[in-house]
Design a protein around this ligand. Sequence first.
Ligand code: GLU
Length: 288
Amino acid sequence: MPIPVTTRFAPSPTGRLHLGHAYSCVLAHDYARQRGGRFLLRIEDIDPGRARPEYVAGIIEDLRWLGLSWDGEVTFQSRRLPVYAEALERLKAMGLLYPCFCTRSEIAAEIAASAAAPHGPDGPLYPGTCRNLSPETRQRRCAAGPHAWRLDVTSALARTGPLYWEDGDTEVPAEPEAFGDVVLARKDAPTSYHLAVTIDDAAQGVTDVVRGRDLYAATDIHRLLQALLGLPTPHYRHHDLLTDGEGRRLAKRSGAPTLAGLRDAGADPGALVADLRAGRLPAGYCTA
Ligand code: GLU
């Protein structure tokens, strides 16, 4: 039996969905449905400070309104923390993680004081302050309070060798070192987006990750984690982001219309989905 094409929509419930989310969801949904495959809904609610139950309810309401249905139960990352913890322990046992005690302001001060602070896709790279602490210092400071865990990307890559992934038909060399030593478990959250998304795509049998181009570079880290944890690599299909008439990508902070707002204004969900399938914003929301 061939493996069924499986895609997913994986929103973080930190606000109401806007048209950009709907576009991504339609593309992932249609990719699976057109191939007789499965389309899954996963709620990425691992950030205790920002995820809210009312936004989860909003996501489900919005997708139903759009007429997009998913297969099986909704998955909640917040219910899978032991799975992520187990993977973290494996990476620790491989000697690839180190505890990091730096605060945001300490990192910022260190970067400001250094002559050449390298930058990656997410901003300045972590300067590596905690990478070389002695085992005694680590032990003492770990016992003293909460801390993050970072991946030693150089050691990890030395272990895996060069890695590649596919975006559509294009082979992409993975360059996770561009991000520096990423955080895999935060002080205040037991896992990170990178770790949870990588584990869940494998656990749910996702064959094709259809998501926005804003996550293209992060795929390099996901590929590295797959290699370290012995997980399969899905196909990636990053899509362009919808932009408004001025070329700005749709985002909550730039005032993109939420689906709830459109619904309240009497929008027709069938017409909206048809517009998104055609890669355009509904009339009235495109100023071009
Ligand atoms: N949860 C992520 C977000 O809302 C998306 C994760 C993914 O598609 O890989 O931006």
